[in-house]
Design a protein around this ligand. Structure first.
Ligand SMILES: [Fe+2]
Length: 588
């Protein structure tokens, strides 16, 4: 609650409330998934994998041999005859790496490729990036695998299942940094991130091109010293960097800006990434120059998350992201920023820009002990994100490897979120905090188990309704302030002494959901006037009935919904000076 001390105010409720298969074919060897045995001279030290270099007519394939200088062959085609082209490759660099960029491809098209080294044959497929005028797109985002290839493998297996069931997901994997624990140590890359003991990682990286950003762990050697000049990240991910390790690219309807928060004056303590002025100037130009409808940023350290700590080093929300990057996001219409670093899932929103911490790729998970501004949803769990763009909308679904959805939300180009957060604290009374229904400006939401909730409200005054289902409701005006430190701080609702719905004599409203007519049943303990009103979610009374001097005993009242469209309504019942509200859903 420490972040809420700045709360500016608000409502206090104190009493009455209302594909193509991937295979490795090595003669005489076990080839079943999960049991790779690649130790002979004909093995790949790092099996072929794909990186996206920003051009939708080409694909880069990279692999590395075991301490052997040899010629390999790569061929590709529209099917497994691989008859569109082929070439021989020789190693480059000093570590037996091979690579080839396949050119002249058609955007948004599936291709098949084969890499042959001695008696090893490696076959896989990929899909080129969409055409420039594409409006729809699906892709993956995840990060912070560090050195846990087993959980990385589980996440990858789920992604493989996803694009096997829905081939439109065989597109792109964005990665938010910290691939390994000691990124300046060659063995960590070989033994963990690229290990052949993680077959689904190998399969996915062979079939879905990868784009990743630099994490702080990419700079550490095995003694935990910073090595700013380590070449290992760039060795395995040689994207066309503008400078250091930042660059950008278009992918169908999306522009992706990949940031490097670790200039050479980055330091271990305090453990914070930096955005240097040179990079900020480039970001401004980059975002100003794109006309893509969707603008996405990929980086490592988040601006708004639930913070955390690792090995005794704190992980504060990154001040450069808050103070320097956020204004550029707001100015140039970036919709969503993906980061990692804090090992959990968190969705935050600051002035309409979503900040997603997706750091559940495999790294040890952090406890989420505190509540932080702008965070709508958070969970300590290994996970990855699935993104689906359809024209003006983006659907973000965050899932565990077993398929359980942990978060889901839409972004709409035509209805951009503004200030949106509140925190609801119920100190007393029956019911759970997450049972409260909150309505304002036609939007309905519920707090999470902690009390955070999101409403996409612009600054100003709004009529809001908070209802603890089956108990009571409060209706009041809330003010959303402009230029506050966080939108979260602008709404606080403290529910105390919630009065039970039944205490007011309301037995039930049924059926609910209703199709044409519902019946409200009361058991009055005193003779009293009654008023019943049906409100829509904008707070407009659509129908009302008044009954004078109702007698004691059980009463029933018919509520006609025939002429109302499907949706959510509120039935407010006033009994004398007391008032209760109950949500009613109208269906066909
Ligand atoms: Fe990190």
């Amino acid at each position: 609650m420490k972040k809420l001390t700045l709360i500016t105010a608000i409502i206090i409720m104190t009493s009455f409330l209302f594909g193509q298969s991937f295979q490795i074919d090595i003669p005489g060897k076990e080839i079943s998934p999960g049991n790779y045995k690649l130790s002979s001279k004909s093995d790949f030290l790092k099996q072929p994998y794909l990186i996206f270099e920003g051009i939708n007519t080409q694909m880069r394939v990279i692999w590395q041999l075991n301490d052997t200088t040899a010629v390999c062959e790569i061929s590709w085609g529209a099917d497994s005859t691989y008859n569109l082209g082929n070439t021989s490759t020789t190693e480059y660099g000093v570590d037996h790496q091979h690579g080839h960029t396949i050119n002249g491809l058609t955007p948004g098209t599936k291709y098949y490729y084969k890499v042959v080294y001695d008696d090893a044959v490696f076959e896989a497929s990929f899909k080129t990036a969409p055409s420039d005028n594409a409006s729809d797109l699906k892709f993956f985002v995840y990060g912070d695998t560090r050195s846990d290839f087993e959980n990385h493998n589980l996440n990858s297996q789920a992604m493989v299942d996803d694009y096997t069931a829905d081939p439109d997901f065989q597109t792109l994997s964005l990665f938010t940094g910290d691939h390994v624990f000691f990124g300046a140590d060659e063995d960590d890359w070989t033994d963990n991130f690229f290990t052949n003991s993680a077959p689904f990682v190998r399969k996915r990286m062979a079939e879905v091109p990868f784009v990743s950003c630099l994490g702080n762990h990419e700079l550490y050697d095995s003694d935990y010293n910073l090595d700013y000049n380590t070449e290992l990240f760039g060795k395995y991910f040689p994207f066309p960097y503008v400078e250091r390790r930042y660059w950008s690219f278009d992918y169908g309807p999306m522009h992706v800006t990949v940031l490097d928060q670790y200039p050479d004056y980055y330091q271990l303590l305090p453990l914070e990434g930096f955005l240097d002025l040179e990079q900020l100037e480039w970001i401004e130009q980059d975002l100003n120059n794109t006309d893509k409808p969707w603008k996405v940023i990929v980086m490592h350290e988040p601006g708004w998350s639930c913070e955390g700590s690792s090995s005794g080093y704190s992980h504060p929300n990154n001040p450069d992201v808050q103070n320097l990057l956020q204004p550029l996001c707001e100015q140039f219409g970036v919709q969503i920023v993906f980061a990692a670093h804090n090992h959990y899932y968190a969705r935050a929103c600051k002035n309409g820009i979503y900040h997603i911490t997706t750091a559940g790729g495999g790294a040890p998970l952090y406890d989420i002990e505190e509540e932080f501004p702008n965070v709508i949803n958070t969970l300590k769990v290994h996970h990855y994100c699935k993104i689906e763009i359809e024209g003006d909308t983006m659907l973000v679904t965050s899932v565990k490897p077993d398929g359980e959805v942990i978060d889901l939300f839409y972004l709409d180009q035509n209805n951009r979120p503004e200030h949106l957060l509140g925190f609801l604290d119920k100190e007393d009374g029956p019911g759970d905090i997450c049972d409260v229904n909150i309505t304002a400006d036609g939007q309905i939401t519920s707090p999470d188990s902690v009390g955070y909730y999101g409403l996409e409200l612009v600054p100003g005054y709004h009529e809001a309704s908070l209802m603890l289902d089956a108990y009571c409701t409060i209706e009041s005006t809330v003010q959303i302030f402009d230029d506050t430190e966080t939108a979260l701080d602008t709404m606080l609702m403290i529910c105390t002494n919630i009065q039970k719905f039944d205490d007011l004599g309301v037995l039930k409203i049924s059926p609910n959901p209703v199709t044409s007519q519902a019946v409200l049943s009361l058991n009055l303990s005193t003779s009293i006037p009654i008023e019943i009103c049906i409100y829509n979610t904008s707070g407009i009374c659509l129908k009302s009935w008044q009954f004078k001097n109702q007698q004691l005993g059980e009463k029933t009242y018919k509520l006609d919904f025939k002429d109302l469209p499907e949706g959510v309504y509120f039935c407010r019942l006033q009994i004398g000076n007391e008032m209760v509200t109950k949500k009613i859903i109208k269906v066909k």
